[in-house]
Ligand binder design. Structure first.
Ligand code: ATP
Ligand code: MG
Length: 466
């Protein structure tokens, strides 16, 4: 279950300087730290070696007779936009060094150099490179497997949803999407539309809660001229406007009972009547509905027509709250950090393990939407390439969803406890689910989890699942 950690290999550094003694001194200093050093005595040689091998870091002299450092830097970054490069320069040419940083160099070291200074810069640069590499890896992972349209998730629950979506998106089946606020209902509705043959038509969405009860019928089905005061001309409704496309009925639970009857008719007969007209009109519409209410319970209470509920719920998709699928949190976090970096044109940042833990144990009543907001703000407000718990904590005021009250303990020890707790919780959920999927068969569950049967039994006892 653990991923291979590239950090256990020595970091590879390409060291480029035309002066042999500089190369030798640096090679010695860095070699002692366990880094794997390749040297080049000039720009051309550097580019050759760069093309042949992958380096975690390039240390590049600015002044070289054959090809100057800036040109080498430019070419390297053109080939590898995320390559981390540190420049070496004489004190006299700090200006050029700054110019190099504008070209994307990570930092510079002035000559003559102090050993601690070099080691510090190298360490920082390597860390930065790892962050970029992690983001890249996550981005690939995000794109490669765990998505449908722009929906991300790797939890068993989301994987099941992706399977359903793959099957039903390109059909005319009515879909009812349920889930708490911010769990991605609208995102799923759009993904269905854009993965259907109707994708070239506009996705028409209507929020049933936002339209006054008296207007909703004409809004949906249209009205004849003079059908009500102010109807000075005949008007088609959304059902006609969305003809040939998909109509998204958001917050369907708020639809007044009289309109529910008409919607049922429209679904059953495939035709609608404009308000004030008697002749029905045929419509070709794919209905996708969403609600954060439990419609079956609403139906039992007489607040929602049971027959309509069944008509809508041909395909029911329930999006679990984020707290029930913690496995999705790291992937979603990486996605939103990249998204914010792109939107705001800032360097990608990464969450520290403690910050990720804090996020995973935050109540997040607003689910994915709330998480996205927190991360976007943290991206903008935090210093440095790594987001720490206090960067999230700083935002724990009253947000639109009532605010996150992430209480992040300030001490390192407490953070470790939190991290452990979250890891345990996640593990517990995964184990529960796999056991369930395997009908309680421990041998098969252990196989799926990639651990021994005995290890699984120990864990089951620890969790108290027996
Ligand atoms: N699985 C996911 N992957 C990527 N982004 C997601 C995911 N789930 C939700 N989001 C994002 O979170 C935000 C909220 O999602 P959405 O608007 O679809 O939620 P909702 O369930 O309709 O919420 P509400 O009930 O409050 O209307 C959107 O920006 C959406 O893109
Ligand atoms: Mg919504």
């Amino acid at each position: 279950m653990t991923e291979p950690d590239h950090r256990h290999d020595p970091a590879r550094i390409l060291l480029v300087d035309d002066e042999e003694h500089v190369r030798r001194v640096l090679e010695l200093m860095l070699g002692r730290q366990g880094y794997a050093i390749t040297t080049a005595g000039g720009g051309t040689e550097a580019l050759e070696k760069f093309a042949a091998e992958v380096f975690d870091l390039v240390i590049l002299d600015l002044r070289m007779p054959d090809l100057d450092g800036i040109s080498v830097l430019e070419r390297m970054r053109a080939a590898e936009p995320d390559q981390t490069v540190v420049m070496i320069t004489a004190y006299a040419s700090v200006d050029t060094a700054l110019a190099a940083m504008k070209q994307g160099a990570f930092d510079y070291i002035g000559k003559p150099f102090k050993e601690e200074e070099i080691l510090l810069v190298v360490e920082k640069a390597l860390k930065h490179g790892h962050v970029l590499a992690d983001n890249r890896r996550l981005r690939c992972e995000v794109q490669a497997r765990h998505d449908f349209g722009s929906i991300i998730g790797r939890s068993p629950a989301m994987e099941r949803i992706f399977n359903v979506l793959r099957k039903v998106a390109d059909t005319k089946a009515t879909v009812l999407i349920t889930g708490e606020s911010g769990t991605g209902k609208e995102l799923v509705a759009r993904a269905i539309h854009y993965n259907s043959r109707r994708r070239d038509r506009p996705f028409v969405a209507v929020n049933c809660a936002a339209i006054p009860a008296t207007l909703i019928e004409s809004e949906l089905f249209g009205a004849a001229k003079g059908a009500y005061t102010g109807a000075d001309r005949a008007r088609p409704g959304l059902f006609e406007e969305a003809g040939g496309s998909s109509l998204f009925l958001d917050e369907i639970g708020e639809l007044p009972l009289e309109v529910q009857a008409k919607l049922l008719r429209a679904l059953q007969e495939g035709e609608i009547k404009r308000v004030g007209e008697t002749t029905p009109r045929r419509v070709d519409i794919r209905i996708i509905a969403a609600t954060n209410k439990d419609l079956a319970a609403e139906a039992a209470q007489g607040r929602f027509r049971e027959d309509l509920f069944y008509r809508l719920n041909v395909i029911g998709i329930h999006l679990p709250p984020l707290r029930q699928r913690p496995e999705d949190i790291p992937l979603l976090a990486a996605h939103f950090l990249l998204k914010a970096a792109t939107t705001h044109e800032i360097k990608p940042k990464k969450l520290s393990p403690a910050a990720l833990a804090a996020l995973a144990q935050a109540p997040l009543k607003g689910n994915v939407r709330e998480m996205e907001n927190i991360l976007e703000q943290a991206m903008l407000m935090s210093d440095g390439p790594v987001i720490e718990p206090q960067d999230l904590f700083a935002l724990s005021g009253d947000g639109p969803e009532g605010g996150v009250r992430v209480v992040v303990p300030p001490h390192e020890d407490d953070l470790k406890k939190v991290l452990k707790l979250v890891t345990q919780k996640t593990e517990e959920q995964v184990i529960r689910r796999v056991l369930q999927d395997q009908g309680g068969n421990r041998t098969r569950a252990a196989q799926r989890l990639g651990i021994s049967r005995r290890a699984l039994i120990t864990k089951i006892q620890e969790i108290g699942l027996d």
